[in-house]
Design a binder for this molecule. Structure first.
Ligand code: ATP
Ligand code: MG
Length: 338
């Protein structure tokens, strides 16, 4: 019997994946995929909660996100990539869990609150958006995940999932597995604007698939310390995204420390720091781009990977749903035959 622990993570197919996804989640997935039973969900139903009018955006990004996974080293021989909407068991679980959560609790979720403000919904919040943490709880528990590698913005979702698991197990019996979040060292990469978290939907992202010249243009346009006008002026490193990226991606940590010190003291210009960052990102992204173009040449092969991953994922989710229905006394046909 397979006794490996389980990882479930995922991404919304709302755009290509970026550097924030890499440090926040992808890196850990690649590192742990051999050790854990890994399921990676392309969350198209969740993407639709704020993209109902843009089904083509969601559809076209399924392949993009899958290519991003493969290009950073997700191994389809080990990890299963699952398309959320093709596992309807997840939607059914969501319906049952919704009764274990209050509207007030949903409205208190700090990440959802911040996102609603950022998306300017006003009074027109899609109901599906408000409840997406519950659908995430369905995703996590359906695969019986022990560990969920995520960025810091997702911690409230894991918290809410735990509450749902506890409530379910208390009410119906011990069926669901309580997950733990795995938050990496760099848990929230800022955007190129320096203000927000890097996010596909805000226009402040450097994508894993950006070509060399686009990366260079984005880095040159990055926010830095606005008070650091001349190279000789002392500058601030804290909250300066150029240094955040160097800290996350420059393999030479000593060199980054030295640059930070000289920037603080005055004498190091932004152009020079950005030049270094362009080099560092190029070294990081070049092999990713190469692998991406190899997989992109075989779209049918990538679709096969998705089909197989989804099939396997559906089997596992159906098993969990069966146990859930039984615990809830909804097993009308099979009761007594088990
Ligand atoms: P959207 O703007 O559509 O919500 P997103 O960029 O926030 O897109 P998601 O698909 O919502 O990306 O997030 C997928 C995973 O990547 C989550 O685990 C999330 O915590 C992580 N992540 C996203 N952005 C960052 C970031 N800037 N820093 C660290 N982790 C991140
Ligand atoms: Mg997000």
């Amino acid at each position: 019997m397979d006794t490996k622990k389980v990882i479930l993570t995922g991404d919304r197919p709302t755009g290509p994946l970026h550097l924030g996804h890499y440090v926040g989640s992808l890196q850990k997935r690649v590192e742990l995929q051999g050790k854990y039973d890994t399921y990676i969900l392309i969350a198209d139903m969740q993407a639709l909660t704020d993209n109902a009018g843009h089904p083509d955006r969601v559809r076209s990004n399924i392949l993009e996100v899958a290519l991003d996974y493969l290009s950073v080293g997700i191994d389809p021989g080990v990890s299963r990539i699952v398309i959320q909407s093709l596992v309807p068991e997840l939607a059914e679980l969501t319906m049952y869990y919704l009764n274990l959560v209050t509207v007030a609790r949903l409205q208190r979720n700090p990440t959802v609150k911040a996102e609603m403000k950022q998306k300017d919904f006003g009074a027109n919040v899609p109901a599906g958006f408000l409840i997406y943490p519950v659908s995430q709880a369905a995703d996590i528990t359906a695969f019986r995940a022990d560990l969920v590698p995520v960025g810091e913005d997702q911690l409230p979702m894991i918290e809410q999932t735990k509450e749902i698991v506890q409530s379910f197990n208390r009410t119906y019996g011990p069926v669901l597995v309580e997950p733990e979040a795995l938050v990496p060292k760099v848990s929230r990469l800022p955007g190129t604007d320096g203000q927000n978290k890097m996010s596909k939907s805000i226009g402040n992202a450097i994508f894993l698939s950006d070509p060399t010249d686009v990366v260079a243009t984005k880095v040159k346009g990055m926010y830095t310390d606005p008070k650091h006008v001349h190279a000789k002026d002392p500058g601030t490193v804290e909250g300066n995204p150029v240094f955040s990226y160097l800290e996350a991606f420059d393999p030479d940590a000593g060199e980054v420390k030295a640059m930070e010190q000289s920037y603080r003291e005055g004498g190091l210009g932004d152009v020079k720091v950005k030049g270094r960052l362009i080099e560092v990102l190029e070294a990081f992204l070049a092999p990713i781009r190469r692998r991406r173009s190899e997989f992109a040449g075989d779209a049918a092969g990538v679709m096969r990977i998705l089909t197989e991953g989804t099939l396997k994922g559906r089997t596992v989710a159906a098993r969990t749903l069966g146990a859930v229905r039984e615990a809830m006394h909804l097993d009308y046909y099979t009761e007594g035959r088990r």
